[in-house]
Ligand binder design. Structure first.
Ligand code: AHZ
Length: 309
């Protein structure tokens, strides 16, 4: 254990102070209106560097051997991470997200509109994480998609056993021969800084890093610059014959299909969310997110089944 670990505030509730009648804490209240003599506690620049890098490299060290790696932190990956982290605080869970900003397509409901629609029964997941919604009968509406995404993300990031490496891309899969020696099982992921992954064509000698794990959940979304990563790689390594190709939009069919088809695709690799549509030739659903949340829950369940085998 590194020394800084012992300083960690284990219980966030211990940080919460009583509030005064105006709604703010006494400490903040006292600070307001007394800016003339205001000054921060002293710091040296190297202290800041070390505060960040020491933790990051300790996390890299710890998570080089993970129990479960989730690739992609969109609505599906985050829902999977929440479910896994809650059910199994004993497991070391690693999230690799290519973007600087995790959340995938779940910061807006659709086009550039704020509200996020989830068809029932996905409201169970909103109740689980404590996101309020308007009940419209067969569907519910969260007033801003960012409320859903930031809530599930904040819960996941606060979990002691979960580490997210963002701005980091999974650029290959680690494989081993499977039991009968004919195919492969997935045994981890190959990572690199996203900015490096984007420049393999014009820079050389930028070898990647690796994370071993017996179970991977891939939720990289449908095909696009970074999307459908794992399933495209399975085709190029001849573990899948071909991709079905995501079909046109049909909300009714698409959401049922994505949840139903969330499964282990090759030993050790579970695929969830819109990445699945590329394997199975499923329709897209457009701006309804219930299937993403529940596919994440099912992917977590599948991952635990495989992990506990
Ligand atoms: O940055 C990607 C995004 O945050 C990340 N990602 C993709 N490839 C990666 C790689 N390494 C690391 N190689 C990678 N990260 O994966 C995340 C995918 O999020 P998403 O929101 O695109 O996918 P999702 O399946 O969670 O949600 C899909 C949401 C959609 S798409 C859609 C439609 O097109 O009709 N409808 C819905 C609800």
């Amino acid at each position: 254990q590194l020394a800084f670990a012992s300083k960690k505030v284990k219980d966030a509730a211990a940080l919460v102070e009583d509030r005064t009648d105006d709604g703010l804490t006494k400490s903040l209240n006292e600070m307001m209106g007394s800016w003339d003599n205001f000054t921060f506690a002293p710091i040296r620049e190297s202290t800041v560097s070390r505060a960040m890098t020491r933790r990051y490299f300790a996390d890299l060290d710890t998570h080089a051997e993970s129990d479960i790696v989730i690739v992609g932190a969109g609505s599906c990956g985050l829902s999977a991470a929440y479910t896994l982290g809650t059910l199994r605080p004993d497991l070391r869970i690693t999230i690799i997200e290519a973007g600087v900003a995790p959340g995938g397509g779940a910061w807006l409901g659709g086009q550039l509109f704020s509200a996020m629609v989830m068809r029932k029964p996905a409201d169970v997941f909103l109740r689980e994480i404590g996101v309020p919604f308007e009940d419209e009968g067969d569907y519910v509406v969260v007033k801003h998609a960012a409320l859903f995404t930031s809530t599930v993300m904040s819960k996941v990031l606060a979990m002691d056993n979960v580490k997210m490496f963002n701005a980091t891309t999974v650029e290959d899969l680690i494989t081993r021969p499977d039991e009968d020696g004919e195919g492969v099982r997935i045994a981890g992921v190959v990572t690199n800084w996203t900015l490096v992954s984007m420049h393999h064509d014009d820079q050389s000698c930028m070898d990647p890093n690796t994370i071993n794990a017996p179970v991977i959940i891939s939720t990289t979304g449908h095909d696009g610059p970074f999307g459908a990563f794992s399933v495209k790689r399975l085709v190029s390594m001849k573990q899948l014959e071909q991709l079905g190709g995501m079909r046109g939009l049909d909300m009714q069919r698409a959401e049922d299909a994505i949840v139903k088809n969330t499964r282990e695709i090759v030993p050790g690799l579970i695929v969830g969310g819109m990445e699945l549509s590329e394997i199975d030739g499923a329709n897209r659903m457009g701006p309804t997110f219930g299937a993403m949340a529940l596919s994440g829950v099912k992917a977590a369940e599948e991952a635990l089944r495989v992990f506990d085998l």
